[in-house]
Write a protein that binds this ligand. Structure first.
Ligand code: MG
Length: 390
C-alpha cells in the first residue's frame, strides 16, 4: 500500500494550511439525461443519498475550511435535515450556481467539484491540492490516445487535453473572471480568459460523471441501497359543515354534510400526507401547503397528495404500504372502503394490496360520537428506491 502511505503523507504535510480552501459541490443541474424516478443525487448508496456520501468523503479526506453544497431551493431545504454543511440555492446555469456559492467564500482558494462526479480519485485530489499556490488554477487533464480530427483534418493529438474536475482556483481571480458577463464551461477557461495562470495535473480515468442510468454500472463507489424501512404516522380531524360535498380518500361520499376546511377537507388524505411526510422526515402538511395561502383555498386534496408522492419519489424513496383508520360515527363507510382503497393505490402508484382502509365508530363517545366530525389516523412505510433493479 505504498501509494496510500505516500498520499497520506501529502495530506499530513498539507494539513496545516488546507483550512485556507473551501470546497464547493455543485448539484443544481436539472439532470434531464438521467431517466430514473429519483433525482440522481438522491439515489441511495447504503444509508446515505449520493450527495451526502460525496460530501462526507471529501470531509474525511481534507480539512476544508467549509463545504458548500449548491442545489435547488426545494432540495437544500431538505438537505439541512441530513448534515451540518453550508447549503446554497443554485441558479439557472452551472456558472450562476457557482457564483451564488462564491459569494459566501472568504478563503484564498476554492476547490469546485460536481456531486455527479461521485467516485473520488483520492490520488488525483492529492495531486491537485499538492500544486496549490503554483498557479491561479490547478486543473486535472487527460491526454488523448485516439486520433483526433477537426472537420476533415487530423490534428496533432499531443496538443489536445480533456479537462476534468475538481479544479482548484484562486478565489479572487475566479470571482473576477465570472463577473465579466461571459459563460464558461469550467473554471480554468474562465481564469485563462482574464489572463490568469493555469497548471495542469494528471487527471483520472476512473473519475466518471454520473449522467445517464447506464453510468451506474461503471461507478463502483455507489453501493446498493440499504433495506431500511422508515415509518411515519399522521392524524387529522375535521368538523362537519352542512351543504358541502363530503370527500374521503378522493371518493365522493353520499352525506348531507361535508367538512369545514380551507381545502376540500379530505381528512383521510390529509392524515395520509402527514404519514408520508413523517416517514420521509419532511415536516408536515401545513408547512408544504399553508392554509394561509389562498392557492390552496378549496384545493383538491388528491392533487396535493400527488405532489407529495412525486416529491417523495424524487428524493429517493419508494412507498411500501399505507394503512388508514377512519373514525366516524356517521356516515356509514362500509361500502366506500373498497373504492377508497383503489383510489389511494392509484394516487400512490402502488399495488392495491399495499393499501388498507379501516372504518370504525367512536361508540358514541366524545365529539366524534356526537357526530361533530371525523378523525383519521394513517401509517405509511417507505424504503429507499432500489436503483439496482432498474
Ligand atoms: Mg386537514
Amino acid at each position: 500500500m505504498y501509494t496510500f502511505v505516500t498520499l497520506f503523507g501529502v495530506i499530513l504535510i498539507l494539513g496545516d494550511y488546507l483550512s485556507d480552501v473551501t470546497l464547493v459541490l455543485l448539484g443544481a443541474g436539472k439532470a434531464t439525461r438521467f431517466e430514473m424516478q429519483p433525482k440522481k443525487q438522491w439515489l441511495y448508496s447504503g444509508d446515505r443519498p449520493l450527495w451526502l456520501q460525496v460530501a462526507d468523503e471529501f470531509r474525511a479526506l481534507y480539512d476544508f475550511d467549509e463545504i458548500i453544497i449548491v442545489s435547488s431551493a426545494e432540495e437544500t431545504a431538505y438537505m439541512r435535515f441530513f448534515a451540518d454543511y453550508t447549503y446554497v440555492t443554485g441558479g439557472e446555469s452551472r456558472q450562476e450556481s457557482l457564483s451564488n456559492a462564491l459569494a459566501g467564500v472568504s478563503t484564498s482558494y476554492v476547490l469546485v467539484s460536481d456531486i455527479a462526479r461521485c467516485c473520488l480519485d483520492h490520488a488525483m485530489i492529492g495531486r491537485i491540492l499538492g500544486h496549490r499556490g503554483e498557479a491561479d488554477s490547478v486543473t486535472p487533464a487527460l491526454s488523448v490516445v485516439d486520433t483526433v480530427y477537426m472537420d476533415a483534418q487530423p490534428v496533432d493529438r499531443s496538443k489536445i487535453r480533456r479537462i476534468q474536475t475538481p479544479q482548484l482556483s484562486r478565489t479572487d481571480i475566479l470571482k473576477n473572471a465570472l463577473s465579466q458577463g461571459m459563460e464558461y464551461t469550467d473554471e480554468s477557461s474562465a481564469i485563462a480568459a482574464v489572463g490568469g495562470s493555469v497548471v495542469f495535473v494528471e487527471g483520472s480515468n476512473t473519475a466518471h460523471k454520473l449522467t445517464t442510468v447506464a453510468d451506474l454500472a461503471t461507478l463502483p463507489c455507489i453501493k446498493q441501497p440499504s433495506s431500511r424501512t422508515l415509518t411515519g404516522f399522521g392524524i387529522d380531524i375535521h368538523p362537519f359543515e352542512e351543504g358541502k360535498q363530503m370527500v374521503l380518500c378522493g371518493v365522493k361520499i353520499d352525506s348531507p354534510f361535508g367538512f369545514k376546511a380551507h381545502s376540500d377537507g379530505d381528512v383521510a388524505i390529509h392524515a395520509l400526507i402527514d404519514a408520508l411526510l413523517g416517514a420521509a422526515g419532511m415536516g408536515d402538511i401545513g408547512e408544504l401547503f399553508p392554509d394561509t395561502d389562498s392557492a390552496y383555498a378549496g384545493a383538491d386534496s388528491t392533487v396535493l397528495l400527488e405532489q407529495v408522492v412525486s416529491k417523495i419519489n424524487a428524493f429517493g424513496y419508494t412507498i411500501v404500504n399505507v394503512d388508514l383508520s377512519i373514525i366516524a360515527q356517521t356516515p356509514r363507510l362500509l361500502h366506500y372502503k373498497e373504492p377508497m382503497r383503489l383510489a389511494i393505490a392509484r394516487l400512490l402508484g402502488i399495488r392495491a394490496n399495499f393499501v388498507n382502509i379501516k372504518a370504525t365508530t367512536a361508540e358514541k363517545l366524545g365529539f366524534l360520537g356526537r357526530k361533530e366530525g371525523v378523525a383519521v389516523e394513517a401509517v405509511a412505510n417507505l424504503t429507499y428506491f432500489d436503483w439496482t433493479k432498474k
